[in-house]
Design a protein around this ligand. Sequence first.
Ligand code: HEM
Length: 490
Amino acid sequence: FVKTLGNKGRKRLSPPGPWSFPIIGNLFQLGDHPYLTFMEMRKKYGDVFMLRLGMVPVLVVNGMEMVKQVLLKDTEHFAGRPDMHSFSFLAEGKSLSFSVNYGESWKLHKKIASNALRTFSKAEAKSSTCSCLLEEHVTEEVSELVKVFTESTSKNGSFDPRNAITCAVANVVCALCFGKRYDHSDKEFLRIIKTNDDLLKASSAANPVDFIPCFRYLPLRIINAPREFYRALNKFIALHVQDHITTYDKDHIRDITDALLNTCHNKYASTKTATLNDDEIISTVSDLFGAGFETVSTCLYWSFLYLIYYPEIQAKIQEEIDANIGLKSPRFEDRKLLPYTEAFINEIFRHASFLPFTIPHCTTADTTLNGYFIPRKTCTFINMYQVNHDETIWDNPSLFRPERFLNENGELNKSLVEKVLIFGMGIRKCLGEDVARNEIFIFITTVLQQLSLRTCPRAELDLTPTYGLTMKPKPYQLQAELRSSGSSSV
Ligand code: HEM
């Protein structure tokens, strides 16, 4: 414990934490899975501790109570983003999600983005069989995905579904943002959206480049990966947005980009209220696009792995689909009819915890936490993985057991679902939660309604993740077979 004197001469208590080396701090103690290392450190130092990454002090927050304190009760004081090298490539510092500029104009920016996403994803569908445009886009993409899965199996015997999933999910966001979809074999599109492990590692919490400045000048792949990826992604998005700016018609709003242009050019044009300029519109679309495809496709890549790892769980979901939806196309409103499937999705969120940390936060003013003094501009890591594996909340947390979310009548236990921490909470909470939950539900139910998935004979499946901003499973292969009727054939 370090005691320093505050302005008024009172003693201030700093959070406890491990002893650190000069220059590198505790960076090289973090190992391959920092969230697990932090769980170990928590045993010694408690829910709130401080370490040094390079020369930078970093606050680590674990435990549901302390996480709620930071994200909900003291949300304003912890709502900033740290000034990190890897974030600087994102939308050239104007990003809604990563920019260090927190304040009133950021709040307006988030409100505009949330409204545009909500309004447009609920917009009326072109087809009368879908309840909204988002449902229509997802339904189209999952049909294509089922086709790709069956064709890949008949052509190659088995296949790694990662690229097909990424393409399908990116197409949903693309359709929402730009009213356009791409073919799964479109090389240009694939080049833009294909993330790799170097990129995800480089964008993760605790990337050495963010904490030891001289590392930035080393010619390493992990250092340059984000710069190249985001440059290509930003260029792709800027071209689409520029095209929308020239063809924009206020009486015919085609997609989210138009909705943002409409909000900014019309609603606020006559008032003195701050609004977004064209560069900020590009960065907002870029934020929605980036956040909307990488997270959802990672979730689906994990889901299909768990489904072939636990064939009995796959069979149960198929039974539930057959009994409650039959052969009709799954729709968002069917979520309430399929509690076991919903429980499976929540158990994926909890067990895989594929976003182990929120995006790093940063204090916007001096504050206190659990009796400790936390100065302004303190970089803060929120360990969501720990909350999702906390033995005081979850019975036998390492077991994958969707049933834990069901009560004795087989209904979803909503108060337990709320304890899964994957979308964050408070001011910085993910604005795509509803979109993501609906989208994931349709992808999983439609695939399992039509196909049985299985692992290849003698293949060894591994549920250990590769650490990154989002954590992916190791590459795996699966086989997809058309189900002959509505009954399970796993
Ligand atoms: C932020 C999770 C899908 C848009 C976040 C954060 C998390 C998260 C953990 C950071 C919260 C924090 O820093 O405290 C997820 C997960 C998803 C998902 C697990 C899917 C399973 C989406 C989708 C969209 C989206 C589909 C939009 C189409 C955003 C945006 C932010 C964000 C714009 C930045 C919010 C801010 O900085 O205030 N998400 N997300 N996300 N998410 Fe998501």
